[in-house]
Design a protein around this ligand. Structure first.
Ligand code: SF4
Ligand code: SF4
Length: 445
């Protein structure tokens, strides 16, 4: 756990250490920037959301952080409250009165730093709270609004800021640069005797990838190629637009989010793609499928599908034929794909085509417990012990199914499961749905 200069731990809510500040701006300017951003975001939709909260407390029991700690500060709507109060005091319509009568204390940068934990370390943007809120308050969007202000002020946790900065400089948060992609593709193609098209001038399908797959699970790329070749697709990777993991969105950097999205859009337009396939990465799906058109300013001129949607579509069309794999399995629905994205039927069509013995988890796919690593949380090391506490909830949900094999369709979830497996000496490994499909392709006659 990180210790601050005051001797208190960051998880105790103390002032964050200096490395969790970016740049050299004086505090006054940091505050101005944060507040200007809060005005932009909280001043419209978010303010309406905040005012409509009836304080019923139902979101508390939906949040894995509150459930596992019982700490009221992890009640979803309360994670946003300090930011709302800061906005009201500094910039809201009644701010002159608040200040005149000293009804609210001035906000300090130290307080903003202290609140980092609420919106970065203890929110995976999983949306489970929104599911139960009787007022339909979209808390993850409020958390993102607060993150925008923190990013503007240069107050992002260093562990999340670093890969974001790297992505903006090099095109990938984990060092999967254009050159690395080219080398990986050449190596994987040779080693596995599989054709992986790169930079074709034209293709019906542009495939994208998560840097977690390139760097940690390269067999995912081989699996993707095997499937695409099996169905006879016209497809390509594009070295000018391949990285779908949008770390800027997670940090709260609107410009970086825009630029990362436009790289993919421009690559798709350049190859005249009719479809863009998003990889096994929940936030990539969210950033492109649902936020992509906002960035583009109009509807995307092609389809954007999560890889599991594409696989199910190909099964339905009779082009993707699979061998039977009747093993006992359970499926972890990634929050951004199932709950936030609405894609829960496609993976089940795939399990059915495999003839798998699917053991569903105790909740519906939309109410599935989060793995605890989304929203950039898995990168923030000072949050590890809290993350492991919430992972335990997920681990129990998997164990309760009694299934032998755990499968998911998000490489970030997989990374989180790998970490949790090592930490708890658990006997379950999370497998990729795409790789499972590729391992069971029926022979072509
Ligand atoms: S989005 Fe998920 S992690 Fe964040 S407050 Fe809601 S339930 Fe908790
Ligand atoms: S469930 Fe909705 S209305 Fe109830 S406390 Fe939470 S945010 Fe407010």
């Amino acid at each position: 756990m990180t210790t601050t200069t005051t001797g208190m731990s960051a998880q105790d809510g103390a002032v964050a250490p200096p490395q969790n500040r970016q740049g050299t701006l004086p505090d006054r300017q940091r505050l101005e920037r944060a507040m200007a951003s809060f005005v932009q975001d909280f001043g419209v939709t978010a303010a309406l959301y905040m005012e409509s909260c009836v304080h019923c407390g139902q979101c508390a029991e939906a949040c894995h952080y509150y459930v596992q700690t019982g700490d009221p500060k992890y009640t979803p709507i309360w994670k946003i409250e300090p930011f709302k109060q800061a906005y009201k005091r500094q910039m809201g319509p009644l701010s002159p009165l608040y200040r005149l009568f000293r009804l609210k204390k001035p906000v300090t940068v130290g307080e903003l730093e202290k609140w980092q934990e609420l919106i970065y370390d203890s929110c995976t943007l999983c949306g489970r709270c929104t599911l139960v809120c009787p007022m339909g308050i979209d808390i993850p969007s409020l958390v993102l609004a607060a993150r925008h202000g923190m990013q503007e002020a240069g107050l992002v946790p260093h562990d999340l800021w670093e890969p974001t900065d790297r992505a903006e400089r090099e095109g990938s948060p984990l060092g999967a640069t254009k050159q690395v992609l080219k080398e990986r593709i050449a190596w994987l193609s040779d080693d596995n005797n599989v054709k992986i098209p790169l930079d074709l001038e034209q293709a019906d399908i542009l495939v994208t990838v998560s840097s977690i797959e390139i760097m940690k699970y390269p067999q995912s790329l081989v699996a993707l190629a095997k499937v695409m070749n099996h169905v006879g697709a016209s497809w390509t990777f594009c070295s000018d637009g391949y990285e779908a993991t949008n770390f800027s969105m997670l940090s709260g950097d609107r410009k970086g989010q825009h630029d990362a999205t436009m790289l993919l859009i421009n690559a798709a337009l350049a190859v005249k793609a009719k479809t863009v396939i998003l990889p096994e990465c929940g936030h990539a799906y969210q950033a492109f499928r649902w936020a992509g058109a906002n960035v583009y300013g109009k509807p995307l001129p092609f389809r954007a599908l999560h890889i599991s949607e594409y696989l199910a579509e190909e099964i339905r069309a009779g082009r993707l034929t699979l061998k039977s794999d009747p093993r006992s399995m359970t499926f972890h629905d990634p929050c951004q794909v199932a709950r936030r994205g609405g894609v829960s039927g496609a993976p089940r069509e795939i399990f059915k085509a495999l003839g798998a013995d699917l053991h569903e988890m105790s909740s519906t796919p939309a109410a599935n417990w989060c793995c605890g690593g989304g929203g950039g949380v898995v990168t923030i090391h000072r949050a590890d012990s809290l993350r492991h506490r919430v992972f335990h909830l997920k681990m129990q949900q998997v164990e309760d199914t009694g299934a032998d094999i755990l499968v998911s369709s998000c490489s970030n979830c997989r990374l989180t499961f790998d970490d949790g497996q090592a930490f708890f000496h658990w006997d379950k490994t999370a497998h990729s749905l795409l790789e499972l499909v590729a391992d069971n392709l029926a022979q072509r006659h």
